[in-house]
Design a binder for this molecule. Sequence first.
Ligand code: FES
Length: 112
Amino acid sequence: MSAHSVNAEKTTKTEVVRPVVRFLQGPNLLGQAPYVAGNTLVEHAEDADVKIPTNCTSGTCGTCMVTLLYGEVPLPEILPPGLDDYLVEQCARLACIGMPNGDVDIDIRPPL
Ligand code: FES
């Protein structure tokens, strides 16, 4: 078998698994959307037909607070006014400014 045919075999067997942003409410899956780099959780929720309430859309008011169940939604170095250390410990994220890093599961309920 030539090197070329080995590579072709690998290519045909490789499944393309795209990252997904999933939105849950407790155990219920409300919707999911393909991960789009640079989009916020609110934008992903819109793609998934899931409504996350917003107000300021700038990380100040906390209206859009959700709970990160799985995956990464990096925090800014300086926490925005809508978050504090305790909320972060409870896995809180602000959906209006939070941008996922690949696969994430989000409970649309705030952690408290
Ligand atoms: S809408 Fe105000 S913090 Fe997100």
